[in-house]
Design a protein around this ligand. Structure first.
Ligand SMILES: Nc1ncnc2c1ncn2[C@@H]1O[C@H](COP(=O)(O)OP(=O)(O)OP(=O)(O)O)[C@@H](O)[C@H]1O
Ligand SMILES: [Mg+2]
Length: 460
């Protein structure tokens, strides 16, 4: 089984994660943009230094000189954090002044005498270098290359400062927003907890609808569904109550008869006078037994309809034939001819075989009970995409205005013969519904008697 997921955790992660991604992206972009401009500012200072050194390059009688007093060099090199290096050189004269170890750029890479920025290393320290070319005289072809380099301490400390300045506020933003989302979710889920408490406190007998007051719109569909369920439960409970009252009433009549006849039998002093009372006792016992059988069948078909149905493919012909065989002796008792008309091949329907036998048995019971003595009962099976089971008799038939009521529980048409309890057709309906089958009631052949047709759904 899947572990139930917390709605609170889901909402929090779905709201906070995208925010976190946006904040990280935003922080990265801001950091790199700020870094780029800071780098550019430092590069431009470095370039200014190189240009100021270029001012000191002079040409004297075809010789390039670089004159900077030591005190000026000291001033030039001074920096509170970083170390500064420089180098003056030319192709013809080679190294002229400065720090010999400073790496020089390839002259070919310096297009159009533009300043050239590069990264290098001197005395084991990484440095940022800018190189500029200067021509001491207008006609001189021997350009002088001036490189100025600086260690990266200032830049690195600036990097850290930018990082702190950008990331800290964003982190705070995520924390504050996360906190607000968390409290918002808790507040939003509050009505759900209240609703759960309200339902938990209810008594099992209280089927009144849950009040919508204070329930947010989104949760109302849930309360409406629960209310609809409570409604159905209430209706179901009422039906059950009525059923129990009816069953008790039905049982009371034969049981009262049993008691009276037993008292009569006790008063009799010989077997002959006792016999009529004993016959009544047997009759009442038969009625009680029949009623309890019918109640059990009804309860069974109801329990199947409320549980997960495990129907299987069954042969309607085989099971109907064996059911009819069981009824032959009872039909003979009333001198009724019982006919069976079905194809030789199996006709398959999906269902519960025991319940389908109960269905046919109740239809045969009625046809046999209400049919005329010496009459005819016919059981037919018509194979088709929607197989049909038909029971016909040539008895008194059922009036059209009674056609609906006969399926009600405990309903008997006034004046009906026999001692039925009015459950047979209710059982037939319950089982047919369970199999999604349709029941058609009409007159028998030549407009006489009763024809009851059960139409099963497609088995394909
Ligand atoms: N084949 C039929 N011919 C004439 N009337 C019928 C026929 N089948 C049912 N009925 C009428 O419908 C009523 C309801 O039938 P149902 O089978 O539900 O109850 P029952 O036969 O009286 O009792 P139970 O079947 O529980 O013993 C019967 O009382 C009877 O009047
Ligand atoms: Mg019946």
């Amino acid at each position: 089984m899947r572990k139930p997921q917390s709605l609170r955790a889901q909402l929090l992660s779905r709201l906070t994660l995208p925010l976190l991604v946006v904040v990280i992206l935003d922080a990265s972009v801001s950091y790199f943009v700020a870094l780029h401009y800071a780098d550019q500012a430092y590069d431009s200072w470095l370039l200014d230094s190189a240009k100021s050194l270029a001012q000191q390059v002079k040409a004297q009688k075809d010789k390039v000189t670089f004159e900077l007093p030591p005190i000026a060099v000291e001033v030039f090199r001074w920096d509170a954090m970083d170390k500064t290096f420089f180098k003056v050189e030319s192709e013809a004269a080679g190294f002229i002044a400065g720090d010999k170890g400073l790496p020089s750029p390839m002259l070919a890479t310096m297009a159009n005498n533009e300043p050239f920025f590069s990264d290098g290393e001197i005395q084991g320290q990484t440095v940022r270098i800018v190189s500029v070319l200067t021509a001491p005289t207008a006609d001189d072809t021997d350009d002088v290359l001036i490189s100025v380099a600086e260690t990266l301490k200032k830049r690195r400390s600036m990097m850290n400062e930018i990082l702190l300045a950008v990331v800290l506020p964003q982190l705070l933003l995520v924390l504050i927003t996360g906190f607000h989302i968390w409290t918002g979710i808790n507040r939003g889920l509050g009505p759900l907890n209240d609703l759960a408490k309200l339902i938990a406190q209810r008594s099992a007998r209280d089927l009144n609808p849950i009040s919508d007051a204070g329930v947010p719109l989104e949760v109302r569909s849930l309360t409406h569904t629960i209310n609809a369920l409570l409604d159905r439960l209430g209706a179901n409970l009422k039906t059950q109550q009525r059923f129990i009252e009816n069953a008790a009433h039905q049982l009371r009549t034969p049981l009262a008869g049993l008691k009276v006849q037993a008292e009569r039998a006790l008063l009799a002093d010989n077997l002959e006078t006792m016999k009529p009372a004993l016959a009544h006792i047997k009759n009442s016992a038969d009625r009680v037994a029949h009623l309890s059988t019918q109640l059990l069948v009804l309860a069974r078909s109801e329990s199947v309809s409320h549980s997960v149905q495990v129907f299987e493919s069954i042969d309607l012909v085989g099971s109907a034939r064996s059911c009819c065989m069981d009824w032959v002796p009872k039909a003979l008792e009333r001198n009724i001819e019982l006919g069976f008309d079905a194809p030789t091949a199996a006709v398959r329907v999906v269902g519960d075989e025991a319940l389908l036998r109960e269905l046919l048995s109740n239809l045969l019971d009625n046809a046999n009970c209400y049919g005329n003595p010496g009459g005819h009962i016919s059981v037919k099976i018509e194979p088709s995409l929607e197989p049909r089971l038909i029971v016909e008799d040539d008895g008194p038939g059922i009036q059209a205005n009674e056609a609906d009521r006969i399926f009600e529980r405990f309903y008997r048409i006034p004046g009906s013969r026999g001692e039925g309890c009015g459950l047979g057709l209710a059982i037939v309906k319950e089982i047919a519904d369970l199999h999604a089958a349709q029941i058609n009631v009409s007159s028998g052949p030549r407009g006489r008697g009763t024809r009851i047709e059960i139409v099963f759904g497609s088995c394909l």
